[in-house]
Design a binder for this molecule. Structure first.
Ligand code: BG6
Length: 369
């Protein structure tokens, strides 16, 4: 079933444009977003949602952290993201106007299933984002929006992650439509951005060979840090998780603004640091701030590996390696920036001779608590 690919993981990384296109299919049409699946909850109930709580584990949790930025911006509904295994043990505040959105590729993760059951029993409405038709979590939820990434076999999640973020973006746009929190023109703009993603992802995938070389040089690396800001922060977390999972390398993701509050103490000559740089077109000037973080770590001898927008000249003087991604809007950038990090983990693990599809100690779906 690997169809000539050397691993399921490389196959699934390569299938990401298709996973996004299929998840959008029939849902984002003519500049509008309609998720028929949400009829099970009802338009009135969706209008009354006062708070969204996203629960998931591992990569699914990071897709929630990422989508929070967009859903809050588009709907102005407060969004919390919580690890599913922490959720029910702290007496969370739930009302009928709380929408608990669970995210799970397999739909069988016990921690997430228990969070959904707890949410239902305590009066919240539940929606599942799931990649596996008919799995337990969607069956236990009021409604389900399936991601159409196709079967994901490699333990480390890649195409399911991007499909989850896209499904959550569609949820945000659907809510914005029923609640009138965004103009039709603004929604149409985001739909266009989403529809451009598959092609932009193909462009990023073309850099596989360059990243393979980089990973090859770094096969003896003991520790790698990842920095990102705003939507780049969950990307940093996900990049670090991939490396831990399949390459067994110590890796940490940090919010770039947190650097001076602790992580900068870890910077010593030669430490590799991936930095996810926001677009220089960013109106909040976060780009400038992240570039100044790069200068700070570079001055302390870090080996700086930058993921930046194509043509971003400001990073060039301080970067050891620049991996360019195509120009995209703010909320689409992270879905492009994550791809080089997935490839890096894959190729570093391969360079170490490891089984990338079935890493030690991990299971694709953890059905025990
Ligand atoms: C972990 C897997 O055990 O479960 C991760 O190793 C995955 O890769 C996480 O992200 C959540 O799985 P699911 O199926 O609930 O999305």
């Amino acid at each position: 079933e690997k169809g000539g690919w050397s691993s399921f993981m490389v196959k699934e990384i390569t299938e990401q444009p298709e996973a996004v296109a299929k998840t959008l299919l029939g849902r984002a049409v003519d500049g509008e977003v309609h998720l028929q699946e949400l009829e099970a909850i009802g338009a009135d109930a969706l209008k009354d949602v006062e708070r969204i709580v996203i629960v998931g584990a591992g990569t699914a949790n990071y897709s929630g952290l990422l989508a929070k930025y967009a859903i809050e911006a588009w709907t102005r509904i407060p969004v919390e993201v919580e690890l599913s295994h922490e959720f029910r043990y702290r007496d969370p505040i739930l009302t009928p106007n709380t929408l608990v959105v669970s995210i799970s590729q397999s739909g069988e993760t016990m921690d997430t299933l228990m969070a959904v059951k707890y949410a239902s029993e305590n009066g919240a409405r539940t929606l599942s984002i799931c990649n596996t038709q008919g799995a337990t979590i969607p069956r236990e939820s009021d409604a389900v929006v399936y991601t159409h990434a196709g079967p994901e076999v490699a333990v480390a999640s890649t195409k399911a992650f991007v499909a989850q973020v896209v499904a959550l973006y569609l949820l945000g746009l659907h809510l914005a439509t029923v609640r009138g929190s965004m103009s039709a023109a603004a929604i149409a703009d985001v739909v266009e951005d989403l529809q451009q993603l598959p092609e932009q992802m193909e462009t990023v995938l073309k850099q596989h060979e360059t990243i393979t070389q980089l990973a090859g040089w770094m096969a003896d690396t003991r520790s790698v840090l990842f920095l990102g800001r705003h939507v780049g922060f969950p990307v940093a977390l996900e990049g670090a998780l991939k490396l831990k999972e399949i390459a067994y390398i110590h890796a940490e993701g940090f919010a770039a603004g947190e650097l001076k509050h602790g992580p900068i103490a870890l910077i010593e000559p030669g430490v590799p640091v991936f930095v996810v740089v926001p677009s220089p077109r960013d109106p909040d000037s976060l780009h400038k701030k992240v570039v100044s973080n790069i200068q700070e770590i570079r001055a302390r001898g870090a080996r700086v590996l930058v993921i930046a927008e194509q043509g971003d000249a400001a990073v060039l003087p301080y970067a050891d390696v620049v991996i360019p991604v195509p120009l995209a809007s703010k909320f689409m950038e992270p879905l492009l920036a994550v791809i080089p990090l997935q490839i890096f983990a894959l190729e570093l693990a391969s360079a170490k001779g490891l089984d990338v599809d079935q890493p030690r100690n991990l299971a694709k779906s953890v059905t025990v608590e």
